[in-house]
Design a protein around this ligand. Sequence first.
Ligand code: URA
Ligand code: CA
Length: 433
Amino acid sequence: MNMYEIIEKKKLDIPLTKEEIYYFVNGYTKDEIKDYQVSALLMAIYFNGLSLEETYYLTEAMINSGDVIDLSKINGIKVDKHSTGGVGDTTTLVVGPLVASCGVPFAKMSGRGLGHTGGTLDKLESIKGFNVELSIEEFIENTNKIKISICGQTGEVTPADKKLYALRDATATVDNLSLISSSILSKKIAVGADALILDVKVGSGAFMKTVEDAEKLSNMMVSLGKKFNRNTMAVITNMNEPLGYAVGNSLEVIEAVNTLSGKGPKDLTELCLSISSKLLLLAGKVTREIDARKLVEENLKNGAALEKFKELVIAQGGDVTYIEDTSKFKISKIKKDIFANKDGYIKSINALEIGEASKNLGAGRETKESQIDLGAGILLNKKIDEYVKSGDLLATIYTEKENIINEISNDVLKSFEIGEKNKDPYKLIIKEI
Ligand code: URA
Ligand code: CA
């Protein structure tokens, strides 16, 4: 077997065998196969695709390329959620405590923000003292004790994906369904949850620009998850505006606390209730979604979910008075209001552009090494389908960078599309799979 023959086969659209897939994944991970050959193979895969079976072996090979985290010592059916990259997406910080308050273990290894999307670890670090670097033993112990733990990845998980993802990024081969599915699922399965819900974003801020593509990706990932014996579901959700009002680390934690207190934005609250209900179903806590929904609504109302979030903060060394009094969060000092420049309905708020603007204000990273300003970001004041008059407040931006404030203000203003009323009202949850 050699790489030339594997490329030739995929070029002619002949399915690859398990052995061939393992050969290139392992060879590439160990630097024994060169970038140029893998690039050519990726492009052949891009054009000719992979079957579900080939995608399964690719995923398996990537899982086996590194450490596989063993969470079998956590009691009960552990659930996890993954979003394909939203803007202002604070759902993990609400869904985690909410399902944990219902007795379902939420053991999540999370990531940091990169580019226009934020990361849960950065958000949590805006709570003074919160420690995201747990050992596997601490992670397991916390989850067994209080049903929730959130930390960064330990060990070396899916090194093959790291290399392949970087190469795909440089060779215009990211947007292939099999490559995306195997990349996401390999990471999720390697970190050990039993049941998984995938929040597949569609729209301006997302990888998938059409519902049709999002549906194909969801079907592929759900089938793949099931092949690995993980109870998997997907929801396709709209990213034609950011989720909730807050974009930026401290701002989003405050929004999460408000949501856990039953005073959150309507869209964020609805998505969190919906995802949490499904997780209770997947975990076998209840058998009917309507019962799950009752439970999660109840725990949002009676304060149990907020109480669980406080337990999480205390267990991981954070200062819980931040949660009791959110005015303690440090918000960047320089503040500027953005006003509408005409009358009309808000047709869309470009989530990608808002995410970029928030990053440029200091809330996100250009590269993995960039320092971020946890207090920077954007607070929207209007959402899709609202009517505004010229001079109405659309959003407020927060930063420590005086020199960029005018440029970013313009970017934020441009991300609001104002005009005729949309034909159909905005629908957040588009489809469940
Ligand atoms: N997110 C991932 O982790 N991998 C992809 O390929 C796309 C999105
Ligand atoms: Ca938000």
